[in-house]
Ligand binder design. Structure first.
Ligand code: NI
Length: 300
């Protein structure tokens, strides 16, 4: 019996030991869970404080919540992040207009158009109506290739010597020829020889036309050398300027020099920051040198 009792005691002690061991382990686990919940609660509580939220916004230097956003430590305004990486815009380009008078023809005008196309440059052609009637396809090509056209009268007349009626006929006939050949009515006009009077400008104004002069005269019609013309253009080119050349007429062989000059001045002008635009673009951009342009006066 004793042996049995002793054995029973040992069994009970063993069971008790296992129970106590299990309780102890469970207690430790419970303690760990409690500690976790307490620390988690502390973190949540900290996140709601002003300091913690200031930290979340990433403001530099761990400063106080009162520090205004977007201001650097030395107090100067902080530029937006985007602009600090964007390259600064290029300086405003200068604009200048190449103009060719007295065409079209079947020789020089097409060669000038070929060069302008090769250089992807735009120009303005002041067309003589009787020449447009002879070479309507060349007039149409000028417009198709993105150039501007202006009225240079029907027969290259000196308008200051004409009656009001004859003056209007010169302008109207050229306008009709250009409209028929090229499908547009030019708003620009250039009086032959640049010869204008108050009466001539009044007639243009009443017809809603803008008279276009020039700021650089190459004198190409006179057979001026390529070197002299190139130097003249280089010295006198200005932002908003208008260069006078011809695509027909003048002294024998004179316009050969113009064809030779054209690529040289295109390269020179571009190398000096000039963009080659039409006279219309020059007027629209507001850059045209004022003395060269006579806008139509609004009718009263
Ligand atoms: Ni002319």
């Amino acid at each position: 019996m004793r042996g049995n009792l002793t054995t029973r005691k040992l069994v009970w002690l063993g069971v008790l030991g296992i129970v106590m061991l299990a309780f102890g382990l469970n207690g430790c686990a419970a303690l760990e869970r409690w500690e976790e919940s307490v620390f988690a609660g502390t973190v949540v509580a900290d996140a709601s404080t002003p300091d913690a939220s200031a930290g979340d916004t990433g403001s530099s230097g761990g400063g106080s919540p009162e520090e205004p956003a977007g201001v650097t430590v030395d107090g100067s305004p902080m530029p937006p992040a985007e602009e600090t990486v964007r390259p600064s815009p290029p300086p405003a380009r200068k604009q200048i207009a190449l103009t060719f008078d007295d065409g079209p023809d079947s020789n020089y005008t097409p060669r000038i158009l070929d060069l302008l196309k090769e250089y992807d440059a735009k120009a303005t052609f002041f067309l003589v109506g009787s020449q447009v009637r002879k070479f309507p396809d060349v007039a149409a090509r000028i417009v198709e290739e993105g150039h501007s056209v202006g009225n240079h009268t029907w027969a290259h007349a000196d308008l200051t010597k004409l009656s009001a009626k004859a003056l209007n006929e010169q302008v109207d006939r050229a306008r009709e020829a250009i409209a028929e050949a090229a499908g547009l009515t030019p708003q620009l006009v250039r009086a032959p020889y640049g010869a204008v009077s108050d009466a001539v400008l009044k007639a243009f104004g009443e017809a809603g036309m803008t008279h276009v002069g020039w700021t650089v005269d190459t004198k190409d019609w006179a057979g001026t050398s390529v070197a002299t013309m190139r130097e003249n253009v280089a010295e006198n080119a200005r932002d908003g300027g208008i260069i006078l050349m011809h695509s027909f007429g003048g002294r024998k062989g004179a316009i050969e020099h113009t064809v030779e000059l054209l690529p040289l001045i295109i390269e020179d002008l571009r190398a000096n920051g000039f963009e080659l635009v039409t006279v219309e673009e020059l007027i629209e951009s507001g850059r045209a040198i004022e003395s060269a342009i006579k806008l139509p006066v609004a009718s009263k």
